[in-house]
Design a protein around this ligand. Sequence first.
Ligand code: HEM
Length: 423
Amino acid sequence: MGDTTMTAFQVAGDRWLDLTDPDVHTAGVPHATFQRLRDEDPIAWCEERDGSGFWSVTRYRDIVDLNRDFKTFTSERGIRLEEMDEEETAARRTLMEMDPPEHTRLRRLVQGGFTRRMVRSYESAIQELAGEVLDEALPKGSFDFVTDVARQLPMRMLGRLLGAPEEDYDRLVGLGDSMIGNTDPEFTEHVVDRDDTAEFRLLPFRSPAGIELFEYAQRLADDRRTNPTNDVVSKMLAPTMDGEPLTDLEFKNFFTLMVAAGNDTTRYTLAGGLLALLDHPDQLAMLRDRPELLPTAVEEILRWTSVTMHFRRTATRDVEVHGTTIREGDKVVLWWISGDYDERQFEDPFRFDITRDPNEHLAFGRGGPHRCIGEWLARVEIEVTLRELLPRVADLRVDGPIRRLRSNFISGIKHLPVRATLA
Ligand code: HEM
């Protein structure tokens, strides 16, 4: 490793951490443990305190290959570690928990609003929103970059896209947080690995926030069916030439998925990206001098932060990988974040290099049918925020303790106090 490595991202040398323990991740990404697994046990059996255990896949190539083989490694039995019975699986099913061909049909119905070309057409709206958010936060001097900036933008943009009224955005962000942050007491009153959450077992993320989001989505759908507009929601609900429109349940599940998937992932990438730049002043200076490097800088930020740490699959048959037999029904966890630091794929992966190219990271998945729908939206939001931020500040520095999300699923900096001197 080079000497300008990570501060908040590194756990000092512990090679044997329990990857399932949410507390482990509050100290930083357990890179030493991932590195040991990549080198010594790339298909490793990991025990779980409350579950049956799972296979950890930690090398880049294996992750992509297994992800591609959706027939052997299905998403239908859940994509997070949590084990669900049939009733829970059916009630909480979204696009993410489907395999082709069912997945293909639904994905086709929803992806149109998020293509690269569509997102570029929202770029000026994103720029305007980023400018507003920054102009509110920066004059404070000292502020929390996550709550005041990074948390604000993605939901405002998604809210506009989905045609939700502006006064609802804060509420939607809060609901999204309590789902994704379902193991962090700052974000939920029902911490799933500590409290009894059986009564919420049929709701997304086993969280009561799901009820409110379902009701919200139903109202939105009813409104758009009676008063269709030109927005993404109306398009999703309109009958298509070659297929059925979304049913109400499909729409509610998709809406909830968007609020969960499209909101805090971009937020935490922005926060982790800013911290990486502040930790590497040479890279920050280079980006200031050469803003044309923003696109490769964004890719490096995505690789470096790799916010969605894993997705899980379940084996549909006995299969051998590197001499290890994975049995039908076994859980298999693809650790995107480990693949993103795999020395076999990335030269000097612990070097943060905004010029890295090619940079085929796994932050949005790779190889399989579920590749992130929001990838272009996320990219443009990150790029535009940095483009708007850097010229506005003469100096920016960390100004207090950094706090990380308590989660084994999302790697996130939830508080990043900074001090800004305006340009
Ligand atoms: C930096 C921000 C983001 C990261 C790191 C991220 C990460 C991911 C990952 C790893 C997957 C699964 C890929 C796979 O299984 O192969 C995924 C899927 C998905 N993401 Fe994102 N995402 C981000 C932003 C967004 C945004 C802004 C949206 C909403 C517009 C979104 C919506 C989705 C959806 C709907 C899926 C499921 C796609 C499917 O199952 O076919 N994501 N994302």
